[in-house]
Design a protein around this ligand. Sequence first.
Ligand code: ADE
Length: 245
Amino acid sequence: MRIDVITIFPEYLDPLRAALLGKAIDRGLIEVGVHDLRDWTHDVHRAVDDSPYGGGPGMVMKPQVWGPALSDVCAPRPDREGPPTLIVPTPAGRRFDQRTAEELAGCSWLVFACGRYEGIDERVVQDAAERMPVRELSIGDYVLVGGEVAVLTMVEAVSRLLPGVLGNPASAQEDSFSDGLLEGPSYTRPEVWRDRPVPEVLRSGNHAAIRRWRRDQSIVRTYHRRPDLLAALDEAALDKHDRRL
Ligand code: ADE
């Protein structure tokens, strides 16, 4: 997968090259390009924003800068079959969730456009949407200062789904959310720590009983912490034993 990010704070994206993602880049599984939006300015101040039409607080990012930046970064590449999917992080977007991460993991090229201030002039997204799929996405119901941290979040959630990125592919399948439920508790050695024993069943070697126990823990945890997830679950996804809980 190729990932490009356009931002006025390229250093904010440095963590992309650390740890697991850094390894995926080194191994050629992910290719990352980070671009400074100010490279597309032409004035001495390298201004990327201007005051909003209609008044109000804050500044709006200029279409004359974003337009050429997107044209260049999203231009056809010999190593890509079609245009990228453009992602614009914004608190006014649709919610980014595990299903969105799975959809994006199927794309071969993602371009992220990081807005700051009060956002990007609306016409930039409308114009881009004539040439490529565009998704305006929010990582949650809170407001960040810009899209950079949202990009780090989304890129991490998407990359770990790509073949070969995780050491053990089963980890991605057994995640919280992959079956619509939260993951239950985990334990490692020692068997007793500060007078707290590991649940007996996990030491029993009875794999069917362990599976059942884990499933029960998931359901009970989801019921207490995220009843909204349980309510959204398809009835068919629950077996007879689940419903008894
Ligand atoms: N930019 C600012 N807040 C954001 C959010 N919650 N999600 C995505 N991008 C953002």
